[in-house]
Unconditional design. Structure first.
Length: 72
């Protein structure tokens, strides 16, 4: 399964920037894009692992519950 790199400004509108076969390459590309962003940029750069692009976009749109707070 491929790794997708997205720019996300709003949950409803992820923009695919790249696709890689290996996490290491996807992560390095995402870090490069994050470093090149101007200060105050609204878009978040995310790496998603999914079977295809639509599945990755669906994962980006899902609201996740917050983890436990404090030291447990």
């Amino acid at each position: 399964m491929p790794y997708f790199v997205f720019a996300v400004e709003a949950p409803a509108r992820p923009e695919k920037l790249a696709e890689f076969d290996a996490f290491k390459q996807a992560s390095a590309h995402a870090k490069t894009l994050r470093a090149a962003q101007p200060a105050g940029a609204r878009a978040r750069i995310k790496v998603m692992f999914a079977e295809h692009q639509l599945a990755a976009e669906d994962l980006l749109r899902q609201v996740r519950a917050a983890g436990p707070a404090g030291d447990d």
